[in-house]
Design a protein around this ligand. Structure first.
Ligand code: GLY
Length: 344
């Protein structure tokens, strides 16, 4: 079992990663009344691991459930159960459960206890770490939300055994991204042990999840409210989000292809050697992720142009400064167009 501490202005999180980490929920309850928020898939697969004595409620599956209506349904349950500020909300599930449970817990009675037990790779390395809670509103992702660190994040590696391969790949895209922006040794470890991770070997998964969580935790600790440093976590996502709008691909696939196109920007700016760009594309390919997508390049450029307008002008975005380091720089629309048109 590995343990990290994330200290930020909004709170302190203890992050535990390992096989059996979810059994720490009983201790985390510390005698408090608790409501578990989960979804039907997670309930079916993992309810035997839920702590005794907590109430359980399920929310709907998928992005459509990440709404204020879902949050209201949690408030109603809290009211029925007469929970108070000394009570605890426990989110057990993927990113949507963590974001929604976090938002309900941090707004009800102006904030009650929150513990997360993420059960997907993506949630273990990204959504559950860093204290962003929230829901979508009127078609805008994460428009309404709060920043507050959960008291504990318990990442149980065993939960990953039941995850579909495509869902593991979504997580791997973020694992690669986090190593690429923040830790050359973690990147080298991924290159060395990608095959063991794909076979779900626990030691390798534990190391990969804890390296990735540590990279994110250090970034969040330096810049919780995303004034600069935290923007690095968006590496691969500027082009990735545009790809996602245009092509029917999963988030991880779009981010993987986005990382390669954005690495080409680094190469053309002289910030990254071509051999490092090849290391990135080779690792992405080995993890079963695409280095490009079959989509109209001009539509992807159009989506970037619209996003640029929405954000008011230039494209300020993170790009790699070699493997293991990122920098926030200005990228011109011309540089962006070249990278997208030249996508492999
Ligand atoms: N998912 C990016 C962040 O937490 O800032």
């Amino acid at each position: 079992m590995k343990e990290l501490i994330l200290e930020a202005a909004s709170g302190r999180s203890r992050i535990a990663i390992g096989s059996g980490a979810i059994s720490g929920l009983s201790d985390a309850m510390a005698g408090r009344r608790a409501l578990i928020v989960t979804d039907s898939n997670v309930g079916r697969l993992h309810s035997a691991l839920f702590p005794q004595g907590a109430e359980v409620m399920g929310i709907g599956l998928g992005e459509e459930s990440k709404t204020l209506e879902t949050v209201e349904s949690i408030y109603s349950r809290m009211l029925e159960l007469e929970l108070d500020r000394s009570s605890l909300i426990i989110g057990i599930g993927g990113g949507i459960v963590c974001d929604v449970a976090g938002y309900a817990a941090t707004t009800y009675l102006r904030g009650m206890g929150l513990v997360l037990a993420p059960t997907t790779l993506l949630a273990q390395v990204d959504a559950a770490i860093g204290g962003k809670n929230g829901v979508n509103y009127k078609g805008y992702k994460n428009l309404v939300g709060t920043f507050r660190q959960p008291e504990a994040v318990l990442c149980d590696i065993r939960a990953l055994r039941t995850l579909p391969t495509e869902e593991m790949r979504n997580g791997y895209a973020e694992v690669v991204k986090q190593a690429a922006i923040g830790d050359a040794d973690a990147f080298a470890y991924l290159e060395e042990r990608a095959d063991e991770a794909l076979r779900l070997q626990e030691d390798e998964l534990e190391r990969m999840v804890s390296d990735s969580a540590a990279i994110k935790a250090a970034i969040v600790q330096a810049d919780e409210k995303e004034a600069g440093e935290r923007m690095k976590l968006n590496y691969g996502h500027t082009i990735g989000h545009a790809i996602e709008k245009v092509a029917k691909v999963r988030h991880g696939e779009a981010v993987a292809a986005g990382m390669i196109a954005e690495a080409d920007i680094s190469v053309s700016k002289g910030m990254m050697e071509r051999k490092d760009r090849e290391r990135l594309s080779s690792l992405i390919g080995r993890l079963g992720l695409p280095v490009s997508v079959d989509a109209d390049r001009e539509l992807i450029i159009d989506a970037i142009r619209k996003d640029k307008k929405r954000r008011g002008g230039g494209i300020r975005m993170p790009v790699l400064d070699g493997i293991g380091k990122a920098r926030i720089v200005d990228v011109t629309l011309e540089e962006m167009k070249d990278a997208i048109r030249d996508m492999p």
